[in-house]
Design a protein. Structure first.
Length: 211
């Protein structure tokens, strides 16, 4: 299984929303997940929490190669719940996300069109203002002498970089995140600034949430 490493749109953590439609109560819960196994675990959690609900419909998209897409109407008329939910996820271009829409039936039929609108609304409402980017970064370590510390930190501040860790011993070690597309310029700038009196090492690639 190959995991996609490109930047992608998603949500951070867990988000919820709810509304009523013709006495039926709809509760939507969305969560960021990193695998299909995580999505299925979350689905079982929701089924347990809302085990007295009439339906727990779901849709998810997992950022793998090939991309994984699944959905379920969970007893609603075919095509009235899961597929419309998945369509909203696709329209919003979000990945590594599962959405569960829980319905408590209120005694009044909504019709297939009403159900499509309700389940689509549940997903749309939950994503509204909650979509972020999960972006690839290099975790970079800088090793240098104290004599160039001021120059380096002025450069980092001016360019908007944030130090995530510092270690002061006989030399200075600093860690920060740099986007891959910016790394070559970042490296050349610091080499020029310090007359090559600096060591610049990529420790690992990581994915970070970015609003």
């Amino acid at each position: 299984m190959e995991i996609m490493s490109d930047d992608y749109r998603t949500i951070e953590g867990e988000k919820t929303s709810h509304f009523e439609e013709n006495k039926s109560k709809f509760i939507t819960t969305a969560r960021h997940v990193e695998s299909e196994a995580e999505a299925l675990t979350f689905l079982e959690e929701m089924r347990e929490i809302y085990k007295d609900a009439t339906h727990n419909c779901y849709a998810y998209i997992i950022n793998e190669v090939p991309e994984v897409k699944r959905y379920s109407d969970d007893g609603e008329p075919q095509g009235s719940a899961g597929l419309p939910m998945l369509s909203v996820l696709e329209k919003e271009k979000v990945k590594n996300i599962i959405v569960v829409v829980t319905r408590y039936f209120g005694g009044k039929l909504l019709g297939k069109g009403g159900l499509v609108r309700a389940y689509s609304r549940g997903v749309s409402d939950t994503l509204a203002n909650n979509v972020v980017c999960k972006c690839q970064y290099f975790e970079v370590e800088l090793i240098h002498s104290y004599s160039v510390l001021g120059q380096i930190e002025n450069y980092l501040n001016n360019e908007g970089y944030t130090i995530i860790d510092k270690d002061y011993t006989d030399e200075v070690k600093e860690r920060l995140y740099v986007k891959p597309a910016h790394f070559d310029k970042f490296k050349s700038d610091l080499i020029e600034l310090t007359s090559a009196n600096i060591s610049i090492n990529i420790l690992e690639k990581t994915m970070l949430f970015e609003s």
